[in-house]
Design a protein around this ligand. Structure first.
Ligand code: TRP
Length: 452
């Protein structure tokens, strides 16, 4: 492997498009609203925002630095920077996380394909929320269609990664993601215009700290990690494709801003409508698949918006799944000397096996529980709250204590000027604040709360 034959991004905008494409996905539009809804709204949002700024941005930056400095995949990066030390285990954990995430993510991504078809064929027409909820439950419980869509989605992902055409995707992402933003804003306006919508805004923006427990803080942190695509090495892998003249701090903050804007707007899209319809915010994973069709149904030209929206949502999911599969493929190619096609096929097939179990969790396997959770719920929980959280923890520990300040900033200074005060704040966050905060939250949630 040499520097010259690594595929690379075309420049700052290419990186932002790809990293934002990875970050913006089902995590923002599907996962964020339902987790926020289940965990008290406003106070959860506040902790989430703090997590993005104080922990998320430092971790994004750390991953980029590790990747660009080492010019290697998530696991190889640590081997190269710290040969003979066990730090590569962080990378290994990331590969495991990639498996776990893709398993349940492709289930939900498959649902978006079903909802494209439903909106084209007028499947939401004149339906009440109860009927839409029944439709959602019946569809997810039926095994064949959800499985078929999941496999189609996995094939699409594999095909893009296989052909190594992320750069082609970049081109479309730059047009499609702003389009998604516009669609979301249109739906927000409709949602806010409904009678009774104010209650939803209050739920989302007015913090009620009585609802906060150590577990909620962990869920907020896990959601931030999931949504920003950190803690897994996806951004290490992407970092290794970033040119030396691309300003990493600027890219990191832009990506975090874009991702968070879409998440918050998704909340503004869902909660006002939900409260206006008199529904419960704690509906779980089906939340947006029930509320959104109802909203479209009540809009002028709603069918058109519904089709567009679900297509863009599927594209957003696709730009995320390729970044996850890329982690596995880059590892197999660079560390196991596999050809790219072979690595893609092996990755996609093995992930599909656990993926099938996730999809069947809503039907035949719904009573099969581990730690009181279905396979889908377990994968969903473990990925964000354990694997990514601990991944992020080890990444900041690595940058703060092993790589150290001087080499860390050497890499950053190649591409941008950094004010010494900013450098000090950043490194304080990476070396002390993030490790202590993430460590304390994880310990608080698992041990203290677990015991009470
Ligand atoms: N961030 C994506 C989303 O919000 C999911 C995702 C893509 C991801 N790549 C990742 C999460 C890497 C963690 C790590 O939908």
């Amino acid at each position: 492997m040499s520097l010259t034959n690594r595929d690379g991004f075309s420049g700052k905008f290419g990186v932002i498009a790809a990293a934002a494409g990875s970050a913006v996905g089902l995590g923002n539009i599907w996962r964020f609203p339902y987790i926020t809804g289940e965990n008290g709204g406003g106070a959860f949002l506040l902790i989430y925002l703090l997590a993005v700024v104080l922990l998320g941005i430092p971790v994004i930056l750390s991953e980029f630095v590790i990747g660009r400095k080492s010019q290697a995949n998530a696991l190889g990066a640590f081997r190269k920077l710290s040969p003979g030390k066990p730090w590569w285990l962080i990378g290994l954990m990331g590969i495991v996380a990639a498996f776990v995430i893709l398993s349940f993510y492709t289930t939900v991504a498959g649902w978006t394909l079903e909802y494209i078809v439903q909106s084209i064929t007028g499947g939401f027409h004149n339906k009440s929320t109860t009927e839409l909820a029944d439709d959602f439950n019946n569809f997810t419980a039926s095994s064949f269609r959800p499985l078929l869509w999941q496999l189609i989605f996995m094939l699409l992902t594999a095909w893009i990664v296989f052909a190594g055409i992320q750069k082609g995707i970049e081109k479309y992402t730059k047009i499609l993601m702003p389009l998604l933003l516009i669609m979301i804003i249109v739906v927000c306006i409709r949602s806010l215009s409904l009678e009774g919508s104010y209650e939803g805004l209050k739920f989302l923006f007015k913090p009620d700290f009585n609802k906060i427990t150590a577990q909620t803080v962990l869920l907020a942190l896990g959601q931030a990690a999931f949504s920003l695509s950190i803690g897994m090495g996806a951004l290490i892998t992407y970092g290794s494709y970033i040119r030396k003249d691309t300003p990493l701090i600027k890219v990191s903050t832009d990506v975090a801003l874009a991702d968070t804007t879409i998440a918050v707007l998704s909340g503004v899209m869902i909660f006002p409508a939900l409260f206006a319809l008199g529904e419960s915010p704690a509906a779980g994973p089906g939340l947006v698949f029930i509320t959104l069709p109802k909203l479209f149904e009540s809009m002028p030209a709603g069918e058109f918006f519904a089709v567009m929206f679900f297509i863009l949502l599927a594209v957003a999911a696709l730009t995320s799944t390729i970044s996850v599969l890329e982690v596995v493929v880059a590892y197999l190619v660079e560390e196991k000397n596999m050809s790219r096609p072979k690595a893609t096929i092996i990755g996609a097939i093995s992930i599909s096996i656990t993926g099938v179990l996730c999809t069947l969790s809503f039907g035949p396997l719904k009573d099969f529980k581990i730690f009181d959770k279905t396979v889908f719920d377990l994968m969903n929980y473990i990925s964000a709250n354990i694997l990514l959280t601990f991944g992020a923890l080890f990444i900041v520990i690595y940058c703060g204590w092993i790589l150290k300040k001087q080499p860390f900033f050497e890499e950053l200074k190649i591409s941008e000027k950094i004010h010494p005060i900013l450098a000090n704040i950043l490194f304080f966050l990476i070396k002390y604040f993030a490790p202590i905060a993430i460590g304390a939250i994880a310990i608080g949630a698992f041990f203290i709360e677990g015991l009470t």
